[in-house]
Design a protein around this ligand. Structure first.
Ligand SMILES: [Zn+2]
Length: 428
């Protein structure tokens, strides 16, 4: 476009805008809905005009009569090829220069790469919006949601899924920068939750890094202050532990990191390699569950069992595992079930006692429960994957898990840098 063309476009736009303002300006007493519609419509018109005038000119731009071909040869300009782009302003028809290489017989439209087009010929901003909504609701609801929001972006279900998968995979490859260092206590939690997949139940492993604050209320601002980072994967436990520990270390500097988990979510292995300065904490509620299993066998009468369980809870909180271990050691069960319970639980708690120094953890401001990571499982996994009748494949679940973890960590994350390019387009 020449400077004269640009000026001409601008003047035309201003004239159209002025005319619409004049014609549509709401009369006094206009219904509030009509009033808001008027504003939205004007905004949309401008958005569409910009897309329809500027984007085609940008796509049409020729960078010369020849370009390099991936084969090493040269591709020569042949003609312009039409393509419909899916943009934030709706569909826009453009024409882009097509180059053909005589040596390898392959063609290319370099403008597609320049415009960073992805699956379904989506622009990066369109991809970002589709991926965001796909992370929040089932793919099948994305179109309805866009339309409810009055957004002109449309794409069929299959392509929506491809776009979201592409952005999720980009995120997977380029992990977000960890949070900066802090002087607050840094805690991490690990847990897992089962995903229904076509290959059967598959564990989604979740890790969370945060700065626990007992005083924090339940407001969003307070929760934001906890600076929670989420990690989630269907991949190996070791890969999750490595990632979470790296992020926690970046935050904690040399400080001790509190690691909270139950035995099942983490075998406490790998931690030496990735987080040398740490305190391992066995989730307090997981311990109480086990105490609750012991209680009815130790005290067959329900009130006595309940009283013992409560007493043990206070004891653990105030003094740690000493009394619990003592009780189990001195217990002489009279039933087979009692014997089995004693064997299993005593064995377990003897191994775990160094992770049950709850009074000390409380004094040092460490969390003793895995509430943070249980919340993370719910937010990252269950709220999107737990709906009935939904079956995922592992490969398709992973990018969406990554998307959700990233978006919950950085609620205003700009997804455009993670837009996925489709392969070089060769016209049919
Ligand atoms: Zn070639």
């Amino acid at each position: 476009m020449t400077p004269e063309d640009i000026q001409h476009h601008q003047e035309e736009l201003v004239a159209r805008f002025r005319q619409q303002l004049k014609e549509g300006w709401p009369a006094p007493g206009t219904d509030i809905n009509a009033l808001e519609d008027f504003g939205a419509r004007l905004g949309r018109t401008i958005q569409e005009e910009i897309s329809e005038r500027v984007l085609p000119a940008e796509a049409e731009r020729k960078e010369g009569n020849q370009v390099a071909c991936p084969c090493g040869g040269r591709a020569f300009y042949q003609r312009h090829h039409a393509l419909t782009l899916v943009t934030l302003a709706g569909r826009v028809r453009v024409r882009r220069p097509y180059y053909h290489c005589a040596a390898c017989k392959q063609g290319q439209c370099p403008a597609d790469t320049r415009l960073r087009l992805g699956a379904g010929h989506t622009t990066p901003a369109a991809q970002a919006q589709l991926a965001l909504l796909s992370a929040l609701v089932p793919y099948g609801q994305v179109g309805d949601l866009l339309s409810q929001l009055g957004l002109p972006l449309t794409l069929d279900l299959k392509q929506t899924e491809r776009v979201a998968q592409g952005v999720g995979k980009q995120l997977q490859g380029a992990s977000l920068a960890p949070y900066g260092p802090t002087t607050q206590t840094v805690a991490v939690g690990f847990d897992g939750v089962m995903l229904p997949t076509r290959e059967g139940k598959k564990e989604a492993r979740v890790g969370v890094i945060y700065e626990p604050d007992r005083e924090a209320g339940r407001t969003q601002a307070a929760a934001g202050g906890l600076r929670t980072e989420y990690c989630a994967t269907t991949g190996s436990r070791a890969s999750l532990v490595r990632e979470v520990c790296a992020r926690a270390s970046a935050r904690a500097g040399g400080q001790v990191v509190a690691v909270v988990a139950d035995g099942a979510a983490l075998d406490w292995v790998d931690l030496d390699a990735y987080l040398p300065s740490r305190v391992e904490i066995l989730d307090f509620y997981h311990v109480l569950e086990r105490v609750g299993e012991i209680a009815p066998l130790l005290h067959p009468e329900a009130p006595a069992a309940a009283a013992w369980r409560e007493a043990m809870r206070g004891e653990l909180e105030d003094w740690g595992p000493r009394k619990l271990l003592e009780t189990l050691r001195e217990w002489e069960p009279t039933t087979a079930a009692g014997h089995e319970m004693r064997r299993v639980q005593l064995g377990y708690f003897e191994k775990q006692q160094d992770r049950m120094r709850y009074p000390e953890y409380r004094r040092r401001g460490f969390p003793i429960g895995s509430g943070a990571v249980e919340g993370a499982c719910k937010h990252v996994v269950c709220e999107r994957f737990g709906r009935s009748g939904m079956y995922w494949k592992r490969e398709t679940a992973e990018p969406v898990l990554r998307l959700r973890a990233a978006l919950l960590t950085q609620r205003r994350l700009d997804l455009r840098p993670f837009a996925a390019l489709k392969g070089m387009a060769a016209p049919a």
